[in-house]
Design a protein around this ligand. Sequence first.
Ligand SMILES: Nc1ncnc2c1ncn2[C@@H]1O[C@H](COP(=O)(O)OP(=O)(O)OP(=O)(O)O)[C@@H](O)[C@H]1O
Ligand SMILES: [Mg+2]
Length: 499
Amino acid sequence: MPSPSVAARELAELEAIENERARRAAREDPVAFARLLTLIGKDGRAVPFRPDPWQCDVLRYRGDRMILNIGRQSGKSTVLAILSLHRAIYVPGSLVIIISGAQRQSDELLRKVMDFVSRLKVRPKLSEENKRSIEFDNGSRIVALPANDSTIRGFSAPAVLIEDEAGEVPDDVHAAVRPMLLRSSGRFLMSGTPKGKRGHFYETWERGGEEWQRVRLTSVEAAAGDEGRLAWLEREHADLSRRGLEDIYRQEYECAFIDAASGRVYGAFDEDRNLVDELPQTDELAPWTYFLGLDFGITDPNALSVLAWRPYDPCVYVAESYKLKGDALTVGEEVKRIETRYRFSRIVGDTGGMGKGFEAIMLERQHIPIEAAEKHNKAGYISLLNGELRTGNVRVVRSKCKALIDEWLQLSWADGGKKEGTGENHCADSVLYAWRATNAHHPQTRERRPVTPEEKIASFKKAEERMWSAVEARGDASARAAQGHSWLERLEGETYGDG
Ligand SMILES: Nc1ncnc2c1ncn2[C@@H]1O[C@H](COP(=O)(O)OP(=O)(O)OP(=O)(O)O)[C@@H](O)[C@H]1O
Ligand SMILES: [Mg+2]
């Protein structure tokens, strides 16, 4: 092999010196550190990472409260990943906590960190690495947590607390994480794209006070000089405007907190994106699982919604959603009728208020166990459901869900976005109850619902036992004994009798 020319050798030496200098500078200057990292380019090869000017500002910010309101796909998560990594490598024993609207998003940010680590020329030693956390052998840790306050309570004193997609983090989770900083005086970095004039992300941006360093950048500003991205944004803008979705453009790409008071509650529902003609074909490797959501009404109609999903498919489908006038027995008869078709894994309903009466009657007289629907933080979950509508992960069978579609199109916010305005929300609520029960907004934790007849019976048994306990707790001790046979026995006898 010919020896390299003198010029080439000198160049290589210069580069080595340059690299050595950069490595030394990296400790002091996160921007120098960022320049040691690589990204995977379009051709699949690693290319040097060059932080954009605004990313440099974020990396060099020394204060302890910063909030980023920046358009989609501008590099927010990337810069937070670099910041986390810099801290973990250069300050031994640092704990960096990442929370996000959904576990999937926190995992994604952690994956960005890990990708950078794996391509570093001089790699930091890791003592442990899994999907949810990275532990360095200097004692630092970066942990990705779900937006779920029970998990979060176990951690304390992070050096850096990152809320990515902060507009999607429920307010109660935000409230639960803040005290973690009490003992560490750590840094709190919030980042996201607006999700309406509501919630802590909006409040902090608008009224968080001087102590928050604010960074605002539209997607067009972030794409300055990149013709390809600018052209794409222009096309997206034109497309959304044509479909009357200018607000979505303003929110996603122009950092606008859109006043939800005038907006639709299920504003992300889009007839082109979220409707299907029928449930897709499936096979025994990916069987459907069905949940039933119930919303009860006395003068109002009741609503029934059937949700369906299957393995290997990120979508949750609304197979049917309709209203039904009548008392608890009427609803019960209807549930029994459709149960023969769907064999529900769970039946979830609004068992608070007058729903209690429905629950008791349906249990005692028709032996149908209904689980109490999760109802806290309704607005937060509506916002999560909107997120899933926006990505097309929620789909609705057009011909069987007319009432739901009408509600989703008509229901608007009132009172400055604090509550739902006039207009019916029965189908919408019944879908929300069942959808929350699927845990679809946390795909990793989506419940592995019972699929075998045995598991299904076990799950009903548990639900029924809980219901009877509730009946007895109300002082109705003889109800259970007076019961001839149970819903469960009916299931065992009729549905699975020979199985
Ligand atoms: N300085 C940079 N140079 C080149 N590519 C970059 C840079 N910063 C980020 N990227 C790339 O841009 C894409 C979007 O980055 P990232 O996911 O961090 O954006 P985001 O603002 O968090 O997006 P979203 O709003 O969807 O969460 C990624 O492919 C990332 O690798
Ligand atoms: Mg991101």
